[in-house]
Every structure is written in C-alpha cells, then in structure tokens.
Design a protein around this ligand. Structure first.
Ligand SMILES: Nc1ncnc2c1ncn2[C@@H]1O[C@H](COP(=O)(O)OP(=O)(O)O)[C@@H](O)[C@H]1O
Ligand SMILES: [Mg+2]
Length: 257
C-alpha cells in the first residue's frame, strides 16, 4: 500500500523541506521505498537540500505534460527517489498545479511512501498538495506566529477530511519564551508526535546539500528524524548513542553487550 504524506505548516522557513529530506532518508534506511516530491512550485528548495537542483526534468515538466513522473525522478545516495521542482522562474509558465493529484496517483502501488514537500501559505499550491495527500504531518516551530499559521492549515485539512498524523515541533530549544508541547497541543487540537531540537548541525548539513541524517546520524535532530520514521512504520526505536571513546569504547560496548 502506498502512503502519500504531505508535510505542511502554513508558515515559511519552519523546517518543512528539512523534515521531508531527512524523513525520506530515514524511511529508506528502514527498507522502505520512498519518493520525495517538491510540490512547492513557486519557491522550491528540496533539490537544493539534496544536491539535485540541476536535474534536467522536474515536477514542472510533469505538470506541463512534457514528462512522465518516472522521467523526473532521480535517485539519491540516501536510498530514496526525488522529484525536484524547477528553480527557473520561466518554468512556472503553463504549469497546472491542479494536475498534481493525478500525477501522484501514477505512483500508487509502486512505492511504499510518497512524501510531499508543500509550499508555504495556503494558496492554490498548498491546497493542491493537501488534496493530493492521504495523510498530513503538520509542522510548526514553538512560537505563536508559526502555531497560528498551523492552525489555519488544520482547519483546511479538516475540511478536506484528510488524516492528520500529528504535529512535528521543530527547532525546540527548551527556552522559557517557547510555547510548551501542552500549549501547542491545546491550540492545534492534535498531539505533538515529534520534537526536533534546534540543532546547529542542520544548517551545516544543508550547506553541504546532504541530509543531516546522512551527514551526522548521531546528531540530536537526526536521531529525532529517525525516531519519527520508526513511528511511521510502527517499529520500535532504540537509539544507540555515539561512543565517546572511539575504538576503545566500541570494544567496551561490545564486551558489555
Ligand atoms: N531542527 C533544526 N535545527 C536548526 N536549524 C533548522 C532546523 N530545521 C530547520 N532549520 C533551519 O531553518 C531553515 C529553514 O528550513 P527549511 O526546511 O528550508 O524550511 P521550510 O521548508 O519550511 O521553508 C534552514 O535553512 C535550516 O537551516
Ligand atoms: Mg521549503
């Protein structure tokens, strides 16, 4: 069965693309077939996060009827496939975002997961992504503007009768001015299923165009992305911390198993 999950939050810059690239990677590491699609047609970033921004075909070509979905799909070293969107402004001409659900439909039965990186705001683009998805992962930062935008998204998703899997709280620092998990759950009416820490390795990994899950799998954010992927496939997650003592530590760990 193919699960089409939309990652959406309303506000820009909250971590949607970071979540999509890392979740796809973590699911692939669990043996799942995954296709990540950049459905943010006007300001696409997924290709940039993954070093696939110069790919010759894109979702734009698919939605213009110039390419089939599999022709715009590129393998990533993380073991999943990516359909990037074009970065060129000219490519927006003649794109019919209304064709997105039908284009994604061609993937049903061919992959375990389709993860949609949705655009910011709640314009036609984001609405088409919601329409295309079967399940929604809401993402927000623990601040009032982000949660207010997420709440609007919730209302629209609820009207569309899609299943909301829960809330991913991204860039959690634990500082006193942040909204707490309880406050976010009360405002949005859905459970926080993941708290991704604000991790300084994330921007570093993005600058290298590598998901943090591959760049530094033991970093706090990568561990949380991995935990979320386990949750989505119903697998128990047991994190094995990085050894502090190099080879010696590995030896001690091995002997004490
Ligand atoms: N968990 C995190 N820790 C630190 N920085 C993060 C984290 N998640 C995202 N960021 C930073 O926030 C910026 C925006 O993230 P991005 O995934 O592009 O957001 P969106 O797709 O919602 O616009 C990125 O440049 C990244 O450096
Ligand atoms: Mg983005």
């Amino acid at each position: 069965m193919t699960r089409v999950i939309g990652v959406i939050g309303g506000k820009g810059g909250i971590g949607k693309t970071t979540l999509v690239s890392n979740l796809s990677c973590a699911l692939a590491a669990l043996g799942q077939n995954v296709v990540a699609i950049d459905t943010n047609m006007t300001t696409p970033n997924l290709g940039l996060h993954l070093g696939l921004h110069l790919s010759p075909q894109s979702l734009h070509d698919v939605l213009k009827g110039r390419a089939k979905m599999h022709e715009a799909m590129y393998p990533h070293p993380g073991g999943f496939k990516v359909v990037p969107a074009s970065m060129a402004v000219d490519d927006l001409q003649g794109v019919d975002i209304g064709k997105l659900p039908a284009a994604v439909m061609t993937l049903y039965g061919k992959t375990d997961f389709v993860i949609l990186d949705c655009g910011a705001g709640l314009g036609r683009e984001a609405l088409s992504s919601i329409k295309t998805a079967d399940e929604i992962l809401l993402i927000t930062n623990p601040d009032l503007p982000s949660v207010a935008d997420a709440l609007k998204t919730v209302k629209i998703v609820e009207d569309s009768e899609k299943k909301i899997l829960g809330v991913v709280l991204n860039r959690v620092r634990g500082s006193s001015h942040e909204l707490t998990v309880e406050q976010v759950e009360k405002m949005l009416g859905y459970r926080v299923v993941s708290q991704v820490p604000d991790d300084r390795v994330v921007p570093k990994a993005i600058s290298m165009k590598v998901p943090i899950f591959l760049h530094d799998p033991h970093s706090p954010a990568a561990v949380e992305f991995n935990r979320l992927a386990h949750m989505l496939v119903g697998k128990h997650f047991a994190h094995k911390p990085r050894s502090k003592f190099g080879v010696m530590g590995m030896l001690i760990n091995w002997v004490s198993r």
